[in-house]
Design a protein around this ligand. Structure first.
Ligand SMILES: *Cc1c(COP(=O)(O)O)cnc(C)c1O
Length: 389
């Protein structure tokens, strides 16, 4: 059976070789430690689980939800924006519930892009932005995220003819995989750029609550005029350790929300209502679980920082996300380095090239395992390689 061209045209799965190696090692009973998984290992806080347990018993929740999502959930999203960012959101027109933000990030391209259009895609980046745009028929124009620019795209560097033809731009701060963060002035420039070229802005704020030290991430929607040009995607996945539950939302410009709701009503039929009630409990309940999650990640960051130091790296920790983005040692490609570390130390790291061509030269460490395993991972690498620099 021949797959459609749009599927055949997807980039090759770059982790296939590494996954095969992991499988081989595990078949030989080697204990592989993965620093590659972007999926929190910690459980969902019990008060959220309890609400699901209650709601799952209510037959009203056994029926189809509405595509746009429960009004009660959308209202708690609006309240959250008000409390967290002092941003006013109309829950009846400016929010749509998503089955995890990933589906929304993919579906938004189907609402606005078609053959011949251009989408502005951050590179390295979360793959769904560019893949969604390509599946919808659009050309990806890559915006390199470079360390010397604090992992922000250089908007002035986008050629005018590209900007004129671009319909949609994806952004993500705090950023996966680089850990880069931004301030409001960057978003102000984005709004101005978007207005002058008539570009829709889709900001992915999945890590807005996973920040460290004194840094607090801004919302794109805080910027005057942002709602004229874009929407923000958000997710319960990382903040409340709810990746498996599939719950997120998009908020902002009402035409974009309406278009996203229309496509969703034709493809899926919304998020399980019991899960949405659990989401309300997450957003409206006590937030000390978030403080605790950040404390745990901070502890792990310190272990990883020390581990990297012992190997010769002198990096500084990012202000957000559950990742560290680290330059590969000289004379390795990111894939070669990941393969060597796996072979010699049975530790999985993610090669930067997996997040786009400008990810080459880096690897990503995910802090989704406990400090003991992290220590073990670094001491194995140390034993196998000594120091890299
Ligand atoms: C984990 C993650 C998400 C969240 O996806 P969900 O579908 O809501 O689980 C979104 N964007 C980025 C960059 C992520 O890393």
């Amino acid at each position: 059976m021949k797959v459609a061209e749009r599927l055949a045209a997807l980039p090759p799965y770059l982790f296939a070789r590494i996954e095969k190696k992991i499988e081989e090692l595990e078949e030989n009973n080697v204990d592989v430690i993965s620093l590659g998984i972007g999926d929190p290992d910690l459980p969902t806080p019990p008060h959220i689980v309890q609400v699901l347990q209650e709601q799952v018993q209510n037959p009203e929740n056994h029926r189809y939800p509405t595509s746009v999502g429960l009004m009660a959930f959308r209202r708690s999203v609006a309240d959250w924006y008000q409390g967290r960012f002092q941003v006013e959101i109309d829950p009846s027109t400016e929010v749509v519930t998503l089955i995890g933000s990933k589906e929304g990030l993919a579906h938004i391209s189907f609402c606005y892009l078609q053959d011949g259009d251009t989408a502005l895609i951050p590179d390295p980046g979360y793959p769904v932005y560019g893949i969604g745009a390509a599946l919808a028929g659009a050309e990806n124009y890559l915006m390199p995220l470079k360390e010397e620019n604090d992992f922000l795209p250089d908007l002035k560097n986008i050629p005018t003819d590209v900007a004129k033809n671009a319909k949609l731009m994806f952004l993500n701060y705090p950023n996966n995989p680089t850990g880069g963060t931004c301030d409001k002035s960057f978003f102000e420039n984005v709004v101005e750029f978007a207005k002058s070229f008539d570009i829709i802005v889709c900001h992915d704020a999945a890590y807005s609550e996973i920040t460290f030290n004194d840094y607090s991430a801004p919302s794109f929607l805080e910027i005057p005029g942002a709602k004229d040009v874009g929407i923000e995607f958000h997710s319960l996945s990382k903040t409340y350790n709810m990746t498996g539950w599939r719950l997120g939302w998009a908020a902002g410009n009402k035409d974009l929300i309406e278009a996203l709701t229309t496509i969703k009503s034709n493809i899926d039929s919304g998020a399980f209502q019991a899960v949405q009630y659990a989401g309300i409990a997450a957003l409206e309940g006590p937030q000390d679980c978030v403080t605790e999650v950040k404390r745990i990640y901070e502890e792990r960051r310190q272990v990883a920082l020390q581990g990297l130091k012992d190997l010769g790296w002198n990096i500084s920790l990012p202000q957000g996300t559950i990742y560290l983005w680290v330059p590969v040692p000289p004379d390795f490609s990111s894939t070669e380095f990941a393969e060597q570390v796996l072979e010699k130390a049975a530790v999985v790291i993610t090669p930067g090239i997996g997040y786009g061509k400008y990810g080459e030269g880096y690897f990503r460490i995910s802090l989704t395992l406990d400090t003991e395993r992290l220590h073990e991972a670094f001491s194995r690498i140390k034993k196998a390689f000594g120091s890299f620099f």
